[in-house]
Design a protein around this ligand. Structure first.
Ligand code: KG4
Ligand code: ZN
Length: 350
């Protein structure tokens, strides 16, 4: 690459059941972002089967890379950096994307960087709003995670709270299974809830009133199970609307409160569940009431995708001078901001 040439990053995401490849120009210009969802393959099992996911990443990834290069018109030799997710996620799927990315970097003689999937989700915000910089509070809410992170700057994170059991999306997927919705159930619950009564069933709101910013969704799942035993003919629309009323109330309350307590003026919400229309509407209303700006990336950047991985990798490489050796191993339990975990919330000023 000669001076003046654009910096081009190829991103790879395979931490769960989405195979995704993206090409990013500079730090924020998405040239192509291809996402192949395996959800249909896993639906018959009611959830992601890790080995099935790994095998299908192996099958699909080389073709997605080729398609990304061909549709973007970016010659492979013009790439500057390969960025691949190295955790958290499922070990087999992670190994597929990471090994493929390292092989490409080696073959092309360019730099390689492993990306924390959770940091990748934060960079979905940077892609959709490149001029809205930290500090801000971030809620990552997906099938695998529900975490509140104080973002002082990109790269400087403090974990403020997280789920003590199920992630919000995981609970929705399991509840969906109980009412006969295929995996993943979040989007269908979102749609069904439009036609249901959110007050029909007073489901619990676990930990909504507890001090601190941790979450719990396992109890809600159990409450739905017991309710269905007693009322097997309950309307699915009413269950969906009532469940979402609980999930949305908990997420909105904790995330707005965490933003205020940490004296941030902005809340960004990312991850698959951030695609939920009821949550998006409620966050915008609650933010306006409290004078907090709420940023919600477009739906395609909320769910797993490689553009956000490329963006996090390009930032770390260009701004922080980072790259990784080809010996980098995946870390299925990789966290974010945990070195600076907050045990006790600061006292409320109001
Ligand atoms: O971020 P993501 O694609 O993958 C993980 O990193 O987990 O999130 C997937 C999760 C699934 O649990 C899915 O049911 C949920 O996001 N989801 C939704 C919606 N779209 C996807 N949940 C609620 N409403 C939606 N519209
Ligand atoms: Zn994710």
């Amino acid at each position: 690459m000669s001076e003046g040439d654009p910096f081009l990053t190829l991103g790879i995401e395979t931490s769960c059941d989405e195979t995704s490849v993206a090409i990013l120009c500079g730090e924020t210009e998405v040239v192509v972002n291809l996402v192949y969802s395996q959800a249909g393959l896993h639906a018959q099992y009611g959830g992601v089967v890790p080995e099935v996911a790994s095998r299908n990443h192996v099958r699909k990834l080389p073709y997605l890379v080729r398609e990304a290069v061909e549709t973007s018109g970016v010659p492979m030799n013009d790439l500057s950096l390969i960025a691949a997710t190295n955790g958290p996620g499922l070990i087999g799927p992670l190994l597929v994307g990471l090994s493929h990315g390292k092989g490409m970097a080696f073959g092309l003689g360019i730099s390689f960087i492993g990306v924390n999937h959770l940091e990748g989700h934060l960079f979905a915000h940077r892609l959709s709003a490149p001029n809205v910089d930290p500090p801000f509070m971030a809620l990552i809410v997906s099938g695998g995670h529900t975490s509140l992170i104080d973002v002082r700057a990109y790269g400087a994170y403090r974990l403020v709270g997280r789920t003590v059991d199920d992630a919000a999306g995981e609970a929705l997927d399991k509840i969906g299974k109980m009412i006969g919705i295929g995996y993943p159930a979040g989007a269908e619950i979102d749609r069904l809830a439009d036609e249901g009564d959110p007050k029909a069933i007073p489901f619990p709101r676990p930990m909504a009133g507890s001090p601190g910013f941790d979450f719990s969704f396992a109890g809600l799942k159990t409450a739905v199970l017991y309710h269905l035993r007693k009322h097997p003919r309950e309307r699915r629309e009413d269950i969906a609307a009532s469940v979402l009323a609980s999930v949305v109330a908990i997420l909105v309350k904790k995330s707005i409160e965490a933003t205020r307590r940490h004296h941030r003026r902005r809340l960004i919400v990312v991850g698959g569940v951030a695609a939920n229309s009821h949550l998006r509407d409620a966050l915008v209303v609650a933010g306006a009431e409290r004078g907090i700006g709420v940023s919600l990336p477009e739906l395609g950047l909320c769910t797993d995708n490689a553009a956000m991985i490329a963006a996090a990798g390009a930032f770390r490489h260009l701004r922080l001078g980072e790259s990784h050796p080809l010996s980098l191993a995946p870390n299925p339990a990789l966290g974010i901001g945990e070195d600076d975990i907050e045990e006790t919330p600061p006292a409320s000023s109001s």
